[in-house]
Design a protein around this ligand. Structure first.
Ligand SMILES: *[C@@H]1O[C@H](CO)[C@@H](O)[C@H](O)[C@H]1NC(C)=O
Length: 506
């Protein structure tokens, strides 16, 4: 996108522009921007602005940058130019009857002033006096040359000072040398005291009237930067989620509807054959809802089959052999995993004539965790589920290999693990080239028959599934060590604005 030509001319002080042009008309050779600023009584920067704006309208003026060195008074120098040098002030404060040296030293200018006044031979010390050394004037009058020199500099007459004098005052930190950049301005080839405003746009009217032939156009500024677009930015988690979603879609998976953070314990735990005494179902691990506290609407026949498989078993299982309570299943919670949605989807699938499916979801889950640098009470779970006839552990390993290869992870290892609702279960490890070690990248398994058969799925259908968190790969990808820098109220929005797009396979 081309930005329109800059309009510095409108921004410059028109009064200063006018004064500059008038001054230039009268001047024999040229005008110095510094002199102009002091004669107009405006900041030098304002004159520089006028120069820049005139430069942008063609050859009205030409300006050559110069740098010159100037002497200026330091803060202390200004004070001395007003009150006199330390030594002069020492001289002034000594009465005819003399002043105790100890008293003199208490004055702010006493120490330096005393030394200088002594070396100028303006004062003398009488050490014979009883009350301590007394200071007397040793001359009638003095000339405060330091102050006079400083006043010269202040009035722009520093040329009257010798270099040696200036460097001496510099050593006393009363003067400092500054480099000032200014412009030497001369008339340009098309100098005029009246400026015709340059057109910035070619309008249809100009074309119709033919005015465009005589109009002066402002040249395009091809160096101008584009205006940063005021647009939304995706959070790194959302960028990485997009990539994972893409991988699942490429593998032919369908996204599950995970738009319910609140779930009943029934779908979150019971349907997954997770016993009601399981510690994960305690409030130390799970957030329970107080309002509405319960869900009452369940498919009753399915609920009865779930109850039966928990208490008595069935389908070749002996169950958990405890008293299953519907009240426990009714309790509403913030879902602890998206597998609750997978359970709903598999139940729905079992109510139709079975066809193989591949489902995925990437959404938020909640656990009552102790917060630390890598754990929050909510995170995103990535989950893949495949339901088909006669799936084996080999199919699970194969699909995991395919999935992780798309992430750029090729070296995988599997470790037997335990999950309440999968058997067998495997933790997935990958070799991290940077860390030079095997790191856990996910969890997986084959859903238990105690979960699938009460739903009504055919006996020869197996369901394999795996999951991982979205936060961990995101933190690795974006080099974030503390999760609070990624999620929560302490997130630096600039991190979100500046975050690059995400490519997982590189
Ligand atoms: C979370 O667990 C802690 C103990 O670990 C408990 O004190 C707290 O009440 C729980 N929070 C909720 C909201 O249940």
């Amino acid at each position: 996108m081309l930005s329109p030509p800059t309009t510095t001319c409108n921004m410059a002080d028109t009064g200063v522009v006018e004064a500059l042009l008038l001054g230039l008309e009268k001047a024999e050779d040229g005008v110095d921007s510094l002199e102009l600023s002091s004669s107009l009584g405006v900041e030098h920067q304002v004159v520089v602005g006028a120069v820049k704006s005139l430069q942008s309208v063609g050859e009205v003026i030409s300006a050559e940058q110069r740098s010159s060195k100037h002497w200026q008074l330091t803060e202390e120098g200004v004070e001395i130019s007003e009150l006199g040098s330390h030594e002069a002030r020492v001289f002034e404060c000594i009465p005819v009857e003399g002043l105790l040296q100890s008293e003199l030293m208490k004055l702010p200018f006493g120490k330096i002033g005393f030394t200088k006044a002594m070396s100028n031979k303006w004062i003398r010390v009488d050490k014979t006096s009883e009350g301590g050394p007394l200071i007397f004037r040793s001359v009638q009058t003095i000339v405060d040359q330091v102050r006079e020199k400083l006043l010269n500099v202040l009035n722009g007459k520093d040329a009257e000072l010798e270099e040696k004098e200036k460097s001496e005052l510099k050593k006393r930190r009363l003067l400092s040398e500054v480099t000032v950049k200014s412009y030497w301005i001369t008339k340009g080839s098309s100098f005029s005291t009246t400026i015709t405003k340059q057109e910035t746009e070619l309008t249809p009217e100009m074309i119709v009237s033919g005015n465009w032939k005589d109009n002066k156009f402002k040249p395009y500024n091809f160096e101008a930067m584009g205006v940063p677009l005021d647009c939304g930015h995706l959070h790194p988690l959302m960028k990485v989620r997009t990539q994972f979603r893409q991988i699942f879609l490429e593998m032919g998976f369908t996204e599950m509807p995970t738009n319910n953070f609140i779930e009943s314990s029934f779908w979150n735990f019971d349907s997954l054959f997770q016993p009601q005494q399981h510690p994960a179902r305690d409030q130390h691990d799970t957030f329970f809802l107080s309002d509405p506290a319960l869900t009452l609407d369940f498919p009753q026949d399915y609920l009865q089959r779930v109850k039966k498989v928990h208490t008595e078993g069935g389908f070749g299982s002996q169950g958990y052999k405890y008293e299953w309570k519907v009240e426990e299943a009714q309790k509403n919670i913030l879902r602890t995993h998206t597998t609750a949605v997978s359970a709903r989807m598999l139940y729905k699938l079992a109510q139709q004539k079975f066809t193989p499916v591949k489902y995925f979801s990437i959404d938020r889950v909640f656990r009552n965790e102790t917060l630390d640098a890598t754990h929050l009470a909510e995170f995103h779970q990535i989950e893949g589920v495949v339901a088909d006839y006669d799936l084996t552990l080999g199919d699970l390993m194969g699909v995991l290999h395919q999935f992780f290869t798309k992430l750029g992870i090729t070296k995988l290892r599997f470790k037997p693990a335990y999950n309440p609702y999968t058997e067998p279960s495997m933790e997935v490890f990958s070799y991290h080239e940077g860390l030079e070690k095997w790191v856990e990248v996910g969890n997986s398994g084959v859903f238990r028959p105690e979960m699938l058969l009460p739903m009504g799925l055919p006996e020869d259908v197996s369901v394999i599934a795996w999951g991982l968190s979205l936060e961990r790969p995101t933190m690795i990808k974006y080099g974030i060590n503390n999760i609070r820098e990624l999620v929560g109220h302490k997130v630096n929005l600039q991190m979100v604005y500046d975050g690059p797009i995400c490519r997982l396979d590189t």
